[in-house]
Design a protein around this ligand. Structure first.
Ligand code: SF4
Ligand code: SF4
Length: 446
């Protein structure tokens, strides 16, 4: 069988069993971006805009609350534009500078970085951890080990809580947790996301990037010959420990979260996090050599001619244009977002009839959906002269509610109508903010 089906051997052994935390400009940026993204993630189910959390997927009412907007299943196009604009923005960044997203803003990297930070703060330096990893479990320092796993579990719990709060709101999930009123379903999802985070960021880390993430596989097609990638300047660095500037300290390898040696050339596993640049710059400063032995670069790149970075790059400009177009379409779609959904249909069965007062009447069904955050009162009235409702019709709908109402349109006495007419019905909220004119047919005897 193995002769017939070619097999790919995957080695998922951890190549860097104890990551050293790097310090430097790129790591500062990584931490700032991570801090902002974590803050947004944690606060989104708690902070309110227009009376609802910034992000709340209210499955029961089929509503998505996003940054003060309410989106319904029929507003799916908004989400499609959001997804397309985000994808093209990601492609633009990838063409400009490889896996910048992976290294600086991907949640997998951010959570792995957080877990590595906890590891270093509780169990100590890389050397200490490496030594300890080789000892039998009972000979290891138990307290730091327990502290590490406790903090990992705590972060995993906060992450799981926030995920579930996107569906429940932070307040209601918090109250259920404090009041001991979590039902079986909530406990399941909290456990599911918690365990997933713990395994993902604590144990799997770069294995997710290398073997599970589809973006790692197809990002190479977005690169061109001028894409900035983290690169080792071989001409300057070699021969190591000799005439070249590389002192072979291996710090660039020790800080690498995916466990590669960038001196061996470009590798698909590199997430362009810049940790090796910071580590190497630090060494270069110590030995009084210019920094930048490892840097974001491409063949022929020169800092003196940064303009070259933007010239002759059809792919980059193509993706950038698509990003602008899709973001524009998103804004346009948002500006057309309806706050009132209304449908009018004629009652089937009879063209017209006479009511108990002998007046000519046609029957209709009106479906209204209030897509705003406020309770609204809608006035309903025909616009055609010679037609009126049986009595003034005002429909009250609370935020997000929908209702179906049946009514009759009567021909005013003396009725002058004969044949078929286009009926126009005006629906207008009493605050004058929402208005729609719906059309149908009105039948009278010929
Ligand atoms: S090689 Fe450098 S930039 Fe690439 S993942 Fe490793 S540390 Fe980050
Ligand atoms: S950190 Fe710089 S000097 Fe040290 S091994 Fe890496 S490339 Fe060489």
């Amino acid at each position: 069988m193995s002769n017939l089906i070619p097999l790919l051997e995957v080695d998922a052994t951890r190549s860097n069993p104890a990551i050293r935390l790097a310090k430097g400009m790129y790591q500062k940026w990584r931490r700032v971006i991570a801090g902002v993204m974590i803050a947004i993630f944690i606060l989104a189910p708690w902070l309110e805009l227009n009376g609802a959390p910034l992000l709340w997927m209210d499955l029961q009412n089929r509503e998505l609350h996003l940054l003060g907007l309410i989106l319904w299943p029929d507003d799916l196009l908004v989400l499609i534009w959001v997804a397309m604009a985000s994808a093209f923005a990601l492609f633009t960044v990838a063409t400009l500078s490889g896996r910048l997203w992976c290294g600086f803003a991907c949640p997998q990297s951010i959570w792995s970085m957080m877990f590595t930070w906890v590891e270093e703060k509780t169990q100590g330096s890389r050397n200490k951890r490496l030594k300890e990893n080789n000892l039998p479990i009972l000979q290891r320092r138990l307290l730091p080990l327990m502290a590490k796993h406790f903090l990992w579990a705590l972060i995993a719990f906060v992450t799981a809580f926030t995920f579930v709060a996107f569906f429940e709101t932070g307040e209601s999930l918090g109250l259920a947790l404090v009041g001991g009123q979590l039902d079986g379903e909530l406990i399941f999802w909290l456990g599911f996301f918690g365990i997933l985070t713990y395994i993902n960021a604590g144990w799997l880390r770069e294995q997710v990037c290398n073997h599970m993430c589809p973006y790692a596989r197809f990002q190479s097609v977005m690169l061109d010959e001028k894409s900035l990638k983290v690169t080792y300047n071989e001409e300057r660095g070699e021969p190591k420990k000799g005439e070249g500037d590389c002192v072979d300290c291996e710090l660039c390898v020790q800080v690498c979260p995916v466990g590669i040696d960038i001196r061996q050339g470009l590798q698909y596993a590199c997430i362009d996090c810049g940790a090796c640049i910071d580590a190497c710059d630090d060494i270069m400063k110590k030995i009084n050599k210019p920094t930048g032995l490892i840097n974001f670069s491409y063949k022929g790149f020169s800092k003196a001619n940064l303009k070259d970075l933007l010239i002759g790059r059809g792919k980059l400009w193509g993706y950038a244009l698509c990003t602008i177009l899709t973001a524009g379409a998103l804004l346009l779609q948002l500006s057309f977002l309806e706050t009132l959904d209304a449908h009018l249909s004629r009652d089937r069965g009879q063209l017209y009839f006479y009511n108990s007062q002998g007046q000519l009447a046609n029957g209709y069904t009106l479906k209204l959906h209030n897509k705003t955050h406020q309770t609204k009162h809608y006035n309903v009235a025909p616009l055609n002269s010679g037609l009126h409702l049986e009595k003034p019709l005002t429909i009250e709908l609370s935020a997000g509610d929908d209702r179906t109402v049946a009514f009759q349109v009567l021909c005013s006495d003396p009725c002058q109508l004969a044949g078929t007419y286009n009926l126009e019905v005006n629906i207008e909220s009493q605050d004058k903010l929402d208005k729609q004119i719906l059309t149908s047919r009105y039948f009278a005897p010929r």
